[in-house]
Design a protein around this ligand. Structure first.
Ligand code: CP3
Length: 344
């Protein structure tokens, strides 16, 4: 039965007449029902760890729009918190964490097998969702990739150029690699539990992959993606994996072959024509409408949506944005995008 779900068919390499569709950050602040549930939960982290309410916000965009997939509501920074980092969110600014600058900071972290008590509400959210989602909707679990998560753990916050993580890599490579290895192992255990709880696909978010160049890209973006993907597939044969090495540019070429991911998500720095010629040749791709169209709407949204569907029509494709939808988006523009994808 589940083999019939459109997203799973595309991930298996099938070219569908209409691409299945979902949207990064589809549960989010642009939706009034999300804002209401979030106010009920208190802050963002309380919402992430409240399984009933996290499942509720995951379901909201499915009810409103009938997307082909739901993505678990959580955050990539829950894993570092489970590993022992302090984590909080400053309204209007973003995440803050305790930093990692020396071996002593690293030694405070727990091992990969000691994360599950902390993360058990997330696994419970997955179990609730598998019960409550419509039969045709695919449930996607996710984690941040080691490099992206490390950039936040090392700096203690988001950074424009990932400077502190690059500096640690240059100045204390053994410590940097210890952080990367702990995150790689932890990510495998975390995603494995999401799959056991009912996630049907997992997505690996490497939002800052674009700042890794040359050999660093191979070692710290491609290699962790390969290790995580291979181990998940060994433990859970057939589990589809979506890789998102955001802004990888030329690094997108051959990424699926090198890592074993079933689908590569494309951001907005590449054109759909380029993606079709260079990435879709190896299998399924996901993407890549600019999130700004969800704010501005109109004919430009329709034209650009049609152009993306057209560019990817000869191979497996999952329609999505190139990055998350922003809080200032108009919910009606999301409907217009979906109608354009489904009705032409
Ligand atoms: O896509 C989804 O809907 C699934 C849930 C999800 C969230 N964050 C919810 C969220 C996912 C997959 C993420 C991934 C994530 N989180 C990334 C990688 C993807 C990307 O966007 O590049 C990163 C870097 C983070 C870390 C993070 N979480 C930041 C930097 C912020 C603050 C920025 C902001 O938008 O305010 C968050 C908060 C966050 N994560 C929100 C949501 C819905 C907004 C929280 C709120 O309600 O205030």
């Amino acid at each position: 039965m589940s083999e019939q779900k459109t997203i799973l068919r595309a991930l298996a390499g099938e070219t569908l007449p209409t691409p299945p569709i979902w949207m990064m950050r589809q549960a989010g602040r642009y939706l009034p029902e999300y804002r209401a549930t979030r106010a009920q939960a208190g802050d963002f982290l309380s919402l992430c760890y409240n399984s009933e309410l996290a499942a509720e916000v995951t379901l909201q965009p499915i009810r409103r729009y009938g997307f082909d997939a739901a993505i678990l509501f959580a955050d990539i920074l829950l894993l570092p918190q489970a590993l022992g980092a302090d984590l909080w969110f400053v309204t209007g600014e973003g995440p803050r964490l305790s930093t990692i600058t020396c071996q002593g900071d690293f030694d405070k972290l727990v091992g990969k097998d000691d994360i599950h008590d902390h993360l058990s509400p997330v696994y419970e959210t997955v179990r609730i969702l598998r019960r409550e989602l419509p039969e045709e909707t695919t449930l996607i679990g996710f984690a941040g990739m080691p490099w992206t998560v490390a950039t936040y753990m090392i700096a203690g916050q988001g950074t424009k150029d990932q400077g502190p993580a690059h500096a640690l890599k240059a100045e204390n490579r053994p410590l940097f690699e210890a952080v990367m290895d702990r995150l790689t192992e932890g990510t495998i255990e975390y995603l494995s539990k999401q799959i056991e709880a009912g996630a049907e696909v997992v997505k690996l978010f490497d939002s800052w992959a674009g700042s890794l160049k040359g050999e660093d890209f191979q070692k710290y973006a491609v290699e962790p993606a390969r290790v995580i993907t291979q181990e998940l597939k060994r433990r859970h044969p057939g589990i589809p994996v979506i890789g998102f090495p955001r802004e990888a540019g030329e690094g997108y070429i051959g990424f699926a072959k090198a890592t074993g991911v079933d689908c590569v998500a494309l951001d907005n720095s590449v054109s759909p024509e380029w993606g079709a010629a260079n990435v879709q040749v190896d299998g399924c791709v996901q993407g890549n409408l600019k999130s700004s169209h969800m704010v501005t709407g109109g004919q430009a949204l329709v034209d650009e949506t049609r152009a993306i569907v057209e560019a990817f029509k000869n191979g497996p494709h999952i329609f999505n944005l190139g990055h998350g939808i922003t809080p200032d988006a108009d919910p009606e523009n999301v409907q217009l995008m979906i109608d354009t994808v489904r009705n032409g």
